[in-house]
Ligand binder design. Structure first.
Ligand code: NAD
Ligand code: UDP
Length: 313
């Protein structure tokens, strides 16, 4: 049995990861400050004696004895990470320093939840790990993108200077149950809008693309990455390479919910990437991993989740 710390354990991805790691027979500690996460995401795990919940902010040092650390703490949706941009940078940078310092001291393996946003508005398509990216350092997305880029730098530096065992996952757009209904991300927005028979808001002309990965596929990729040998550190893309325009996504959600919602168009936010699709050859080779859940199947499960959630409220 391993003892595993998950920072951001009460968030969308973190709560699913805690659940899966517990189901696989590990002892799991969730560390979270509940900025965007919530206890309701993990309440069903709390009667498990091998699960512990700690309220803590990763910008402050933290000490514990564990074998592995998944560092997920960071708001991920644009409206949340832009709410307090200075705090977002601190969470990525101070959070990485604190967790890497901990990993160094206790000789734990540590995985960083990095992001496709390190590629910014990419000029190379699809994106491979050796692409350095195209990020505006002073734009509205910079607090998130640059914070995550510095976190990657810190991970590499702690590895090279202090022999810390690191893994870096570049996660592409992920969706599924337990996304926050008001966090403004496109999948949750479109589903909540259609279920409420409200207009669907497309930003820009809807021709920008994203490649959507279902949560279960991501979890398998993250755990496979953590289990690779010490010589593989990444960064490695973890995402679903099937690319859709945002208009196609809107039409799919309308069809699947049978909603009468109309599509309306709003201005495209500053620095919104025009295209995004992972090249996953490295993950296939090194993690023996590829995604299996197609958009229709994953959307169906996510629509069911939001349907139940909205009928309760
Ligand atoms: P989320 O907002 O649901 O989860 C983030 C969690 O971190 C929340 O529980 C929040 O309360 C916690 N948190 C935030 N700041 C903290 C702090 N200072 N101290 C302690 N806890 C803090 O987002 P998510 O979608 O679950 O994302 C999890 C991680 O995965 C993030 O690091 C994000 O950057 C990364 N990621 C997510 C996606 C995606 O599509 N969901 C894509 C790329 C990368
Ligand atoms: N988007 C949209 N309508 C919405 C929410 C988002 O058209 O109600 C667009 C957004 O402008 C972006 C894409 O959908 O082009 C994905 O947005 P999201 O915030 O989910 O993720 P990210 O931009 O971080 O990839």
């Amino acid at each position: 049995m391993k003892r595993i710390l998950v920072t951001g354990g009460a968030g969308f991805i973190g709560s699913h990861l805690c659940e899966k790691l517990l189901n696989e027979g590990n002892e799991v500690i969730s560390l979270d400050n509940y900025f965007t996460g919530s206890k309701s995401n993990i309440v069903h795990l709390m009667d498990n004696p091998f699960f512990e919940v700690i309220r803590h902010d990763v910008t402050m040092p933290f000490f514990i004895e564990v074998d592995e650390i998944y560092n997920l703490a960071c708001p991920a949706s644009p409206i949340h990470y832009q709410y307090n941009p200075i705090k977002t940078v601190k969470t990525s940078v101070m959070g990485a320093i604190n967790m890497l310092g901990l990993a160094k001291r206790i000789k734990a393996k540590i995985l960083q939840a990095s992001t496709s946003e390190v590629y910014g508005d990419p000029q190379i398509h699809p994106q491979k790990e050796d692409y350095w990216g195209h990020v505006n350092p002073i734009g509205t997305r910079a607090c998130y993108d640059e914070g995550k880029r510095v976190a990657e730098t810190l991970f590499m530096n702690y590895h090279q200077q202090n022999n810390v065992k690191i893994k870096i996952a570049r996660i592409f757009n992920t969706y599924g149950p337990r996304m926050h209904p008001n966090d403004g991300r496109v999948v949750s927005n479109f589903i909540v809008q259609t279920l409420n028979q409200k207009d669907i808001t497309i930003y820009g002309d809807g021709q920008q693309t994203r490649s959507f990965q279902y949560i279960d596929d991501l979890l398998a990729g993250l755990i496979n990455l953590m289990e690779t040998g010490d010589d593989f550190i990444g960064p490695v893309n973890i995402g679903n390479p099937t690319e859709f325009t945002i208009l196609e996504l809107a039409e799919k959600v309308i069809a699947m919910t049978g909603s009468k919602s109309n599509i309306i168009y709003k201005p495209l936010p500053e620095d919104d990437p025009l295209q995004r699709k992972p090249d996953i050859s490295l993950a296939k080779k090194e993690l023996n991993w590829e995604p299996h859940v197609e958009l229709d199947e994953g959307l169906g499960k996510t629509i069911n989740y939001f349907d139940k959630l909205l009928s309760k409220s």
